[in-house]
Design a protein around this ligand. Structure first.
Ligand code: HXC
Length: 515
């Protein structure tokens, strides 16, 4: 090729690589933020990133846009290898027009969304943007709409992960919300549908950007963020770890890992984790650490609806989706937020053929007006729907309490669990023994001379009859009763037995999950 053309190409490249210029990049660094290209450089295996659409230009002329220089139109898009696997990504460049999304910026994103879907590869969205490019008006809005539609088409086909490393305001939050996982960097990423100024004008409320939509807010209060990280370095490491559990698409297996043993200390303590006393709290994660391959458990939405624990882990090298009631918080009751958290995770696991292991210890759905008025009926129903709909391998373990509707909801045999295991401490009953005895023996208790002693005796009678795994095992609602020490080998065997099972569902356009 003639030298001039090569030089021309090189100078065009350099212009785009400079982004919004040194001053704006310095401002970005001062805020503790990386540039778009730094982020992609950290994500991809060295030398594998292929940039697409580098020379795209906007064609807007309104409000001085004919004079606006916007290298790459404010977004870097392409594909490459992450730990040797094909992954598509885009990173918005805040140094160029505030990373705002105009017509051509959006089109670059559409192109890689389409390629990722066609190629069956995960897509990562790195958001750092002032939202819709105000000068481009409805062309910007159309750009968002086309992204949302593609997010929805790709849902359940390829993993979609959003990384929030800057402002994400207005409609811009809805693409992340449509993706499978949202990762946020503390103090850098912020998400809200309207910013503090609008809130002040409309409601008079004073709130900072961080309190309104920072990482902690979305990790603890809203549940929008699945993972948060202290900085961008930690975030990229966490993102790569998350990818290591996920198949590239809904027809591919998850990445293979060598079989490993659980952490030795946690495994040795497994027999002690679940107390005999049904009212004694404990941390179910200690049990998961003793069951899963060492270091493999990655909890999601850790600080949100803590009465439910969800996360990926491995059992003898195989990826599984762990779901567990957390008796340490609200005694492990199912409430609105826990139901939402669980149902969405179960649906992800099912869409991507990741076997679901459910650990059950719950006294029931949380009673009260706050829950009833908030719609526990429709939210709780999501759990029933998600487990019933799931055709992936479903293995359930009753650890201790499994009462009433919550017993059914936590992937009972009736909802299609393939194998149900129980510990000897399991109590499977229509309701807790105290409540049950008070209702069915009320007149007997009232007529007794010593009501307290009679109540205690009748509660104990009820507990002995129903609050064990053996009535359920007699009907084969429970397939195996095992000790905690036998649980891991039993789970590994169960996974081996039903991990690849298949089940059909009636043909339909789609179901109508309760919301
Ligand atoms: C065009 C924008 C922009 C936008 C920022 N810029 N947002 N340009 N459209 N939406 C430009 C600024 O003019 C500035 O240009 C540069 O980006 C950097 O912005 P600053 O304001 O200087 O940065 P900072 O002080 O860090 O503040 C960041 C910010 C703020 C908090 C994000 O820029 C902001 O509030 N932007 C608007 C956010 C917003 O309301 N978006 C919603 C749009 S409507 P110069 O040339 O000076 O460097 C929407 C609806 C979509 O998104 C609906 C879809 C369904």
């Amino acid at each position: 090729m003639d030298n001039d053309r090569t030089k021309d190409l090189e100078s065009r490249r350099q212009r785009v690589l400079a982004g919004g210029g040194e001053a704006r990049q310095a401002k970005q660094r001062k805020q503790g933020k990386w540039t778009a290209r730094q982020r992609l450089g950290a994500l991809y295996d060295p030398g594998t990133f292929q940039e697409l659409g580098m020379f795209v230009e906007h064609r807007s002329t309104d409000f001085g846009m004919d004079q606006a220089d916007a290298p790459g139109d404010g977004v870097v898009t392409g594909f490459g290898q992450v730990d040797g696997r094909l992954v598509y990504a885009f990173a918005q460049d805040f140094t160029v027009l505030g990373g705002s999304l105009g017509e051509m910026h959006a089109r670059k994103i559409h192109v890689i969304q389409d390629l990722a879907l066609k190629s069956g590869a995960p897509i990562i969205a790195m958001a750092d943007s002032g939202g819709a490019r105000i000068q481009e008006g409805i062309d910007s809005l159309n750009g968002y709409g086309e992204i949302f539609r593609r997010n929805t088409m790709a849902s359940g086909v390829i993993p979609q992960i959003s990384v929030i490393v800057g402002p994400t305001a207005g409609g811009a939050v809805y693409s992340p919300a449509l993706t499978d996982f949202v990762l946020m960097a503390e103090g850098i990423g912020q998400m809200y549908i309207t910013g503090p100024q609008v809130i002040k004008a409309v409601t008079g409320e004073d709130v900072t950007h961080e309190a309104l939509g920072g990482a902690q807010t979305h990790a603890r209060k809203s549940g929008v963020a699945h993972l948060t990280f202290a900085d961008e370095t930690a975030l990229i490491a966490g993102l790569k770890r998350l990818l290591s559990y996920l198949p590239s698409n809904n027809l591919a297996p998850p990445p293979a890992h060598p079989a490993a043993e659980p952490d030795a200390r946690a495994a040795a303590a497994v027999e002690q984790v679940v107390p005999d006393d049904p009212n004694k709290p404990y941390d179910v994660r200690q049990l998961i650490f003793g069951l899963a391959d060492e270091g493999s458990f990655m909890e999601l939405q850790e600080a949100y609806a803590q009465n439910m624990v969800v996360g990926f882990g491995r059992l003898s090298g195989r990826v599984v989706a762990f779901c567990a009631n957390q008796p340490r918080i609200l005694a492990g009751c199912l409430d609105i937020d826990a139901s939402d958290k669980l149902a969405r995770f179960v649906r992800f696991a099912d869409a991507f053929h990741l076997p679901i292991v459910t650990l059950i210890d719950t006294p029931g759905y949380l009673p009260g007006t706050a829950q009833e008025y908030g719609g526990i009926i429709r939210h709780g129903a999501k759990v029933l729907y998600a487990y019933s709909e799931a055709s992936v391998a479903k293995i359930s373990v009753v650890l201790r309490k499994a009462y009433g509707g919550a017993y059914l909801a936590m992937c009972s045999k009736s909802l299609g669990a393939d194998l149900v295991l129980a510990l000897p401490t399991a109590e499977i009953a229509v309701m807790g023994p105290d409540g049950a005895a008070n209702i069915i023996f009320r007149s007997e208790i009232e007529a007794a001379r010593d009501q307290d002693a009679t109540r205690k005796r009748l509660v104990a009678e009820y507990r002995n009859r129903f609050s064990s795994p053996y009535v359920a095992a007699a009907r084969q609602y429970v397939d195996q009763v095992v000790t905690a020490g036998e649980l891991r080998p039993a789970l590994v065997a169960a996974l081996w037995a039903v991990g690849e099972k298949s089940e059909d569902r009636p043909a339909k356009k789609h179901g109508n999950i309760p919301l």
